[in-house]
Write a protein that binds this ligand. Structure first.
Ligand code: FRU
Length: 523
């Protein structure tokens, strides 16, 4: 039975374990917001799940630019079974505490694109935002130079992202560094919030108050669309040059191609590198703590080539993501079929075990019934005529009987009684000694087999032997009485009548008559 339980536990263990792929790490991604740039990086991370030696299960949660929501999401992720958190903090300072908390739970954190204020993180991966600001600053000053050469003092307006975020701070630092060294232009900075609406509002205010910017640098291409809208509405097309950052197909790259913007900057995404870094950390492989990805200036001259390669790369990532989805479906199907197979095997095994146990129980019952029957038969042998024959009849008349221990004992008992019955002082102790039993054991055994006590059995056998002798010999009643162990012929006759309902002499007469009749017939 122990073996069966062990076996069942093994099967259950196999069923449970086959649902869990031990080679897959769970990577949670806390995205601060939406937009094309984030959609692209999400797609790249999802496409890279099966790309490396270890598989990654990437789960993305979005805070939709709401810092408090992001804090709640990180805190609840800390209570799940994720292996690592990739986070783009919506705002540097407020999210830091939640990042410290999750790290204390033993979950390593990767910053991507944005950083929080805490230095407590496993690794960073993203573009160099200071460099991005600097590059755009140099490009803006180049554009400004053309105007300066025409004798003008151009106004360069910087519309930043939300300054509570690290990219806005760093892009501003890089841009301002260049601008502050330019004496031939006027540099103005206005704080935006990464949205096109806010950028539109800022530029409209400038224009309405008579401040006409010549060059507007926005911290992303999304904000540049708001500026372009304001430019169109105020008929300033061709008079205000717009720059942005992100450089994505269907966004900044297209705006440069269309001439809405004079430049952009490819702010690198590389979701596949984020997944690779996460897997290196999780599998204990060496990795760099700070991983800076290269960006690139986009101008009307190179926008065609950049768009082509970007589109190709994006299409490949989209294909990879589709393949991954399909594989997930197949794996899902394979896993459920695998489980169904195991469950069916388990059911079949359980049925086999049940049938086996039922057969075993049936056999056991049959064996018990057979044993009882044999016991009953053996007992019956002592109650019925047939049984008496074992004890009372001569060996020639004996029927073939099963040689069970009880039958053997009955034979020995019969022999011992026959041998000793002529002794009128025969004691049960003597009989027991001859059979190797104590008086009590003899009593129990004889009682169990015959229903009689040894004394009663002895008396019955004496009378039965006397019955046989009366019918088969010419010995006198007194002689027979003494021969079978009675002390007096009178007492023998009394017992005989009690047993057979007639006197020994009655039997003699019948025998005599029978003999006479036969004699007569012969004559
Ligand atoms: C999207 C975005 C990008 C920008 C980046 C900076 O949320 O605003 O447009 O380049 O974030 O973190």
């Amino acid at each position: 039975m122990k073996k069966i339980v062990l076996f069942i536990l093994t099967i259950v263990g196999m069923l449970v374990s086959c649902s869990d792929d031990g080679n897959t790490y769970k990577i949670a991604v806390s995205q601060c917001g939406t937009g094309r740039w984030r959609e692209k990086v999400n797609c790249e991370m999802l496409a890279a799940q099966l790309l490396y030696e270890q598989n990654a299960k990437v789960e993305i949660v979005n805070a939709y630019d709401d810092t408090q929501r992001q804090i709640r999401q990180i805190d609840s992720l800390a209570n799940t079974d994720i292996d690592l958190l990739v986070v783009a903090p919506n705002e540097s300072a407020p999210v830091s505490d939640a990042i410290v908390r999750i790290q204390k739970k033993g979950i390593p954190v990767i910053y991507f694109d944005r950083k929080a204020s805490t230095d407590d993180y496993a690794a960073f991966i993203g573009g160099d935002n200071v460099e991005a600001g600097r590059t755009m600053g140099n490009y803006a000053s180049l554009l400004a130079d053309t105007l300066i050469q025409k004798g003008r003092r151009p106004v360069v307006l910087e519309v930043t992202g939300a300054m509570s975020t690290s990219p806005a701070q760093e892009r501003h630092n890089g841009f301002a560094e260049v601008m502050e060294n330019e004496s031939g232009l006027e540099y103005v900075m206005a704080e935006g919030d990464w949205t096109s609406d806010k950028a539109y509002e800022i530029v409209m205010n400038q224009l309405n108050t008579g401040k006409h910017p010549d060059i507007v640098f926005c911290h992303n291409d999304g904000m540049a669309t708001g500026v372009y809208k304001a430019v169109v509405e105020t008929n300033q097309e061709g008079h205000i040059q717009i720059l942005g950052i992100d450089g994505l197909p269907d966004e900044g790259l297209d705006y440069v191609t269309l001439g809405h913007q004079v430049g952009s900057y490819v702010y690198p995404t590389h979701g596949e590198e984020i997944v690779r870094l996460a897997l290196n950390i999780l599998s204990g492989r060496p990795y760099e703590r700070d991983n800076v990805l290269n960006g690139m200036l986009v101008t009307p001259e190179n926008v065609g080539l950049i768009t082509l390669t970007s589109r190709e790369l994006m299409a490949q990532h989209a294909d990879l993501a589709t393949i991954h989805d399909k594989l997930e479906n197949y794996f899902g199907l394979y896993n459920s079929q695998h489980k169904i197979l195991w469950a069916s095997l388990f059911t079949i095994l359980m049925l086999a075990v049940a049938v086996f146990m039922a057969i075993r129980a049936y056999m056991q019952i049959k064996r018990t019934i057979r044993q009882r029957q044999t016991m009953n038969e053996e007992q019956t042998l002592f109650y019925t005529d047939a049984s008496r024959r074992i004890i009372y009849t001569t060996p020639e008349e004996e029927l073939p009987q099963p040689r069970s221990q009880d039958v053997l004992f009955a034979e020995k008992l019969k022999e011992a009684i026959h041998k000793n019955m002529s002794n009128p002082n025969l004691k049960m102790d003597d009989l027991g000694e001859e059979l190797g039993l104590r008086r009590v054991q003899l009593y129990r055994k004889v009682k169990a087999l015959t229903g009689l006590s040894p004394v009663e059995l002895l008396r019955q056998m004496r009378l039965q032997q006397a019955y046989v002798l009366l019918g088969s010999t010419t010995k006198t009643v007194a002689e027979i009485a003494y021969e079978v162990g009675f002390n007096t012929p009178g007492y023998f006759s009394k017992c005989f009548r009690e047993q057979y309902g007639k006197l020994p002499t009655d039997l003699r007469e019948v025998n005599d008559n029978t003999e006479e009749d036969s004699f007569k017939e012969i004559q």
